[in-house]
Design a binder for this molecule. Structure first.
Ligand SMILES: [Zn+2]
Ligand SMILES: [Zn+2]
Length: 102
């Protein structure tokens, strides 16, 4: 199996992220381990990112709420915004509609 390796060094998080491109198995989209979670970041109406994540690569945001490294970065940026609380409420409401994720 040929996979393209992409390494991102996130100094601000103290982490190095390794991405495999072209992986089609039910493996973590980041490191290739068995995936345990899906990224729950909302990407549109009734849609989440669904990036497959193993326990190591999933960023635990809350109960049954996990973000992939890219979306975790976005989440961190948007946590610093003044309208953060309003947006978070929207995400939690959205999450309640998606019981599949539990
Ligand atoms: Zn992983
Ligand atoms: Zn994501």
């Amino acid at each position: 199996m040929k996979r393209k390796l992409h390494i991102e060094n996130h100094k601000e998080l103290g982490k190095i992220f390794i991405h495999y491109h072209g992986e089609k198995l039910e493996n973590c989209n980041i490191c290739g381990n068995i995936a345990s979670f899906l990224c729950d970041f909302p990407v549109g109406e009734n849609k989440t990112c669904d990036c497959k994540l193993c326990n190591e690569c999933a960023n635990h945001i809350g109960v049954n709420l996990h973000y992939c490294p890219d979306h975790f970065k976005m989440w961190q940026e948007f946590k610093n915004r003044p309208d953060f609380e309003e947006k978070v409420t929207n995400i939690i409401n959205f999450k309640d509609l998606n019981k599949w994720a539990t």
